[in-house]
Design a binder for this molecule. Structure first.
Ligand code: SAM
Length: 381
């Protein structure tokens, strides 16, 4: 198709225009992704300099010079800071507002809902995780993806010659970085089970005792086992081994495992969708054949590990991980109830058909019982 100007001159063939526009968009996409690390590096810089904490401590938006005064340095480079803040404002990590006259004409920087997650002392903070995930030791395996595809194997081992848990046990600085990066939980009357070198430096919590061990050998007995971001670190075979050890540690009838982990969903458009896929790549980078799983994949490992029933609960309207609650209560009682229910149903139908005179006499009794048994069975199941 040909486009013409008002005086009839041929402007351009529109398919060429479309093609050129698409090429430009394609180029912009590549530039954006080539430098995507600028997002994480500037975020890391903001956490290292504690910029969110500095603004928060003033309880209102502040100027660049006020931020610079609070940075732990005798002579911070304000021009450099200004450029980094401009980037972070564009990324919606901070706000920048034109100044009121009383502040001497300087831009005022404030917090956003994103920067509030970077406060060091907040109970829910992602600051330690930002530092952990962007540490050179944890970035190095990301450079080995091509080699992993060509040769197979574990990215972390290719970068460091050992698995992540071995590096943590040998290197106290890395161990601290890793443990700080993991979220904290509050529990009363529980034990925290982890590798011996991890529990050795675990902080004390009221009502929580620390127990060291290897979950591939055995897990101490408990009423319920809570595992957050554990199973995605392991292959299906390893998950099944861990679940089997959980089964041994739990009471036969009432035992439960509560898993907080991701579930990959097709066609999801919630705000964490892309991060779930990033977590799957994170498992290539840092774990030993771990992965994020779809519900079908979870069902398979749970079943093979001895937990045939499960239900998935969203933690909030939208959240990165979900809760998978699973129990290994035996099917025997349910089957007995079904048999009993079918038996009573048959007798009741027979009584209606007047096949059995004795039972017919009591048919007014059987009808509500049938509803009752069905109810019991449904509740039990
Ligand atoms: C991703 S972290 C879990 C993070 C933590 N649950 C949280 O939510 O922040 C995985 C944990 O599994 C522990 N771990 C790894 N191998 C283990 C094993 N064989 N036995 C027991 N714990 C192990 C690691 O030491 C680490 O603390």
């Amino acid at each position: 198709m040909v486009s013409r100007s008002a005086n009839g001159d041929v402007l351009k063939v529109s398919s060429e225009v479309d093609e050129a526009e698409l090429m430009l968009q394609g180029q912009a996409n590549i530039w954006r992704r080539m430098f995507a690390f600028a997002d994480s590096m500037t975020l890391k810089c903001a956490v290292e300099l504690r910029i969110a904490d500095i603004i928060h401590s003033h309880a209102r938006p502040i100027t660049l010079s006020q931020i610079a005064t609070c940075i732990d340095s005798p002579s911070p480079d304000i021009a450099c800071l200004a450029r980094i803040m401009r980037f972070l404002v564009r990324a919606k990590i901070f706000t920048a507002a034109p100044p009121p006259q009383s502040d001497g004409g300087e831009t005022l920087y404030g917090l956003t809902p994103s920067s509030k997650w970077l406060l060091h002392d907040a109970e829910l903070s992602l600051a330690p995780m930002v530092l952990m995930e962007n540490h050179p030791s944890l970035m190095a395996p990301w450079h080995c993806f091509g080699t992993c595809v060509k040769e197979g194997g574990i990215a972390f081992e290719k970068a460091h010659g050992s698995q992540i848990w071995d590096l943590a046990s040998e290197n106290p600085e890395f161990n601290k970085l890793f443990n700080d990066g993991m979220a904290r939980i509050r529990i009363s009357r529980a034990f925290n089970f982890d590798l011996p070198h991890v529990v050795a430096s675990a902080p004390a919590y009221e009502g929580v005792s620390h127990v060291g061990g290897d979950m591939f050998e055995s897990i101490p007995n408990a009423d319920a086992i809570f595992m957050k971001w554990i199973m995605h670190d392991w292959s299906d075979e390893d998950c099944i081994k861990i679940f089997k050890n959980c089964r041994k540690a739990l009471p036969e009838k009432t035992g439960k495992i509560i898993i907080v982990d991701g579930v990959i969903r097709e066609d999801s458009d919630d705000p964490f969708d892309k991060t779930r896929l990033v977590f799957d790549l994170l498992m290539i980078a840092h774990s030993s054949n771990g992965k994020e799983r779809s519900e079908v994949e979870w069902k398979k490992v749970l079943e093979e590990g001895g937990f045939p029933r499960y239900r998935i609960m969203e933690i909030s309207i939208s959240s990165l991980p979900v809760i998978i609650e699973s129990s290994h209560a035996s099917h025997v009682m349910s089957i007995l109830f079904v048999i009993l229910y079918l038996l009573i149903l048959t007798i009741w139908i027979c009584s209606i058909c007047r096949d059995t005179k004795i039972i017919f006499r009591y048919s007014h009794f059987w009808a509500p019982t049938h509803v009752g048994y069905f109810f019991v069975w449904t509740v039990w199941y």
